[in-house]
Design a protein. Sequence first.
Length: 108
Amino acid sequence: MASTQSQQAKSFWLDHVEQWQATGRSQAAYCRQHGLCQHKFSYRKRQAGFRLETSDTSTGFARVQVDTCIPPSVSGIGLSLRFNDGISIEGITESNLALVQPLLAVLR
């Protein structure tokens, strides 16, 4: 049976993992803000079964959903990006890609 101290440690880390999830911040930023060791945080997060895609664990790939309901006459206007928070960027073409890249960096 786990000791009281071990249970308290598990509860402490689980509370922090749940609070971190709610912030939407990076794991590193959350740990700095709360004075936590990022390695211990990562270990406890994995122990608790959290498998989240964050900037810390990103593979470099993004999930893309293709909207098949766009009429053919509209589909020639370029690429459109819609983020989960409601922000959308439309009309991305090769000619304006240099403007879009810094914008995406700011939005991340």
